[in-house]
Design a protein around this ligand. Structure first.
Ligand SMILES: [Zn+2]
Length: 453
């Protein structure tokens, strides 16, 4: 890592987060400080508050804060750069990180931020997992990055080096060349990737679960093993099947496989600890889980709304992520005081009926489970009562297996819903390059119309 990142890593190692950081006094104080900073240093936020008749000096309590209307991606796109950048910074400042969202929701969003802010968020999030934290604190450039070629979140979410198609002589991540439409990548490319990984001996892998699983399947087909190093999974849902396939690509015992949640405009938000729980970073963010216009209770599916806390270049107040999480109760045995959540997937990818969520991508994955006969799946909702299920099966497939899966899915759907099942050899990637497991036309339409939980 560069010097700036090293200095942050020392800081990150000593970060202490108080128990129950959700809405605690210290977190709220920092959120209010960020609010004052954004009001003073940007033109967007005072205008946003004024539209609701609010003034920053009137916002003092958690309830006051929760009454601020949420901000969203569209506002930051329209306000970029002069409205949303803190005064004193410009897009011409070469030392700032420019990150661009991969456009899964449609248009691109460019975010400009201090590199130290992204590094601190990554390292504080990773602090819940000592193996990952250690890997990041060393020469983090020596890693394999395996994502959709145009996924610019690969650039921002780990602000260590520029993406390259081959590892540059000066160091930097190895980025295997995969096709934008992942499943059309030829076997020769995967063979080259496996050889390149052997030569690099990476400190860790940083990958999209679907891409890493595809690499793992080719490792199995070539009857070899992957170089052992921790695997960090981000960008899309870590399915049970993908995690099993990745595990099988290593000689036992496999290295840790760690899920993380990152967004191109925010960096890292959550990391999985050694006990298998996903912990939300409350050191760099003031997170709120919202459903029905109120804070979610334990076990309720909710949208994550975040406020940044680091007085950076692009402060965000009550920013809608459109990502769904379920808050979990209790304290984790890993000892972290960061709250535990279950990642449910994106709001626009949920199966819906009558304007409400029927299944989240995570709950679909829980129903599908990890049958040994299934290599990949994609459940796509065409309209409120019609779904299409594509299955890529392997030699262990038996005809009754998909019937059983279909019956399980039907028990969770509203009556009258039909599911067309197709056994296929190929599933198309989305325009973003992601290979989703669950997508929905009506949910995407609802989100475009401004739907929130
Ligand atoms: Zn934990």
């Amino acid at each position: 890592m560069n010097r700036a990142t090293d200095s942050v890593s020392v800081e990150a190692g000593t970060v202490q987060v108080e128990a129950g950081a959700w809405g605690s006094g210290r977190s709220l104080a920092r959120a209010l400080s960020e609010l004052a900073y954004a009001a003073e240093r940007t033109t967007f936020l005072p205008q946003h508050l004024a539209r609701s008749g609010l003034a920053v000096e009137d916002i003092r309590t958690a309830d006051d804060f929760a009454a601020i209307p949420v901000t969203d991606k569209e506002q930051f796109r329209l306000g970029f750069p002069t409205g949303v950048l803190a005064s004193g910074y410009t897009i011409a400042d070469k030392w700032l990180v420019h990150s661009r969202s991969s456009g899964t929701g449609g248009d691109y969003l460019t975010t400009v931020e201090l590199p130290t802010v992204f590094s601190a968020r990554a390292l504080c999030s990773a602090a819940v997992n000592p193996v990952l934290h250690e890997a990041l604190r060393g020469d983090a450039r020596q890693h394999v990055r395996l994502t959709a070629p145009n996924c610019s979140s690969a650039h921002c979410a780990i602000p260590v080096a520029e993406p390259t198609l081959v590892r540059p002589p000066s160091g930097g991540p190895l980025i295997p060349a995969v096709r934008h439409d992942l499943l059309t990548t030829p076997a020769e490319s995967w063979a080259n990737a496996i050889e390149g990984i052997e030569r690099l001996r990476p400190r860790f892998y940083y990958a999209d679960p679907a891409h890493m699983a595809e690499l793992a399947l080719h490792v199995g087909a070539f009857r070899c093993d992957l170089y052992p190093a921790p695997v960090l999974l981000s960008y899309s849902l870590d399915t049970r099947i993908a995690r099993r396939q990745i595990t099988e690509a290593f000689t036992p015992p496999p290295p840790p496989i760690i899920a993380a949640v990152s967004m191109s405009e925010l960096g890292w938000l959550a990391v999985e600890c050694p006990a298998g729980a996903l912990h939300l970073n409350t050191a760099n963010f003031y997170p709120e889980l919202q459903c029905g216009g109120r804070p979610a209770r334990v076990g309720e599916i909710a949208e994550l709304v975040v406020t940044t806390l680091d007085h950076g270049c692009t402060p965000r107040i009550r920013y809608r992520t459109r990502d769904l999480f379920t808050p979990l109760a209790g304290h984790c045995r890993c000892g972290s005081t960061f709250p535990m959540v279950r990642m449910e997937g994106r709001l626009q990818d949920c199966i819906v009926a009558d304007g409400a969520i029927t299944l989240t991508p995570r709950s679909v994955d829980a129903i599908v489970g990890d049958p040994g006969w299934l290599d990949r799946y994609h459940l796509h909702q065409l309209d409120e009562r019609r779904l299409r299920l594509e299955l890529i099966v392997n030699a262990r497939y038996l005809a009754e297996a998909s019937e059983t899966l279909l019956a399980r899915l039907h028990t969770h759907l509203v009556s009258g819903t039909t599911i067309q099942v197709h056994r296929v050899r190929y599933i198309a990637s989305a325009p973003s390059g992601k290979l989703a497991t669950c997508t929905s036309v009506p949910a995407r339409r609802l989100v475009a119309e401004g739907w929130s939980l």
